[in-house]
Design a binder for this molecule. Sequence first.
Ligand SMILES: Nc1ncnc2c1ncn2[C@@H]1O[C@H](COP(=O)(O)OP(=O)(O)OP(=O)(O)O)[C@@H](O)[C@H]1O
Ligand SMILES: [Mg+2]
Length: 248
Amino acid sequence: MAVLQTTNVIKDYQMGEVGVRALDGVNFTVERGEFVAVMGPSGSGKSTLLHLLGGLDGPSDGEVTLAGQPLSRLSDNQITLVRRRKVGFIFQFYNLLPTLTAEENIALPLLIDGQPLSRHQDKINRLLDLVGLTDRRHHKPDQLSGGQQQRVAIARAFVNDPEIVLADEPTGNLDSHSGTAILELLRRSCDELGATIVMVTHDPRAASYADRVVFLKDGRIVHELSNGKGHHGQDVNKIMAVMAQLEL
Ligand SMILES: Nc1ncnc2c1ncn2[C@@H]1O[C@H](COP(=O)(O)OP(=O)(O)OP(=O)(O)O)[C@@H](O)[C@H]1O
Ligand SMILES: [Mg+2]
């Protein structure tokens, strides 16, 4: 079943007199349980696409359907609720609240949604364990390394049992060792929790953790690499060959 679908999505930005077409007719489907990487050069529209997929912004034309709901038919309030309950976000710079502990940051989406934390303590404990931060649960972000902060952000993204997790360059700010830990964690979330993930990245090594790689150029999907069912990950050499061939 498709968790997410875009149909002929166009996104134009107006900068004074000049218009920029950031997305130019994108048709993209994500099935439940898939781990998809979106690659492409700077300015190709990757972040724009991710924002539209998560309902953070709307398309100029076309439709985004999330968990069976065409977003264009929802009010702003309804979209906020869909985003809060069905989508988890992971950003390059973690976006943790500095005054909250690791555990409180993980619980934040539940608090915002007005849910009693007592009912979710088991889940929060499980997520702390999953990301290996049980012994850091009372640390504030400035008492955590970059990799640890990103692991808090991952646990936070999963706390509301989202239909889909959207990650924009989640390893972009990390050294390669911490980056690998994050990628292995995302891979494991798919394999063991059945998570569905769309990850934007520049890095072919990061993209190789995904089941499918979609290549964007000038706001269009220009190529795609995918496997048969039951295969996990992509060959990094194949990804680099496509990048060279398409001059990405
Ligand atoms: N808010 C905005 N207003 C005007 N133009 C924008 C806006 N956001 C993005 N753009 C333009 O849309 C295009 C796509 O931008 P986007 O941020 O999606 O690229 P990207 O692929 O994520 O790049 P990067 O790899 O550098 O993060 C760019 O040409 C950019 O200048
Ligand atoms: Mg970007």
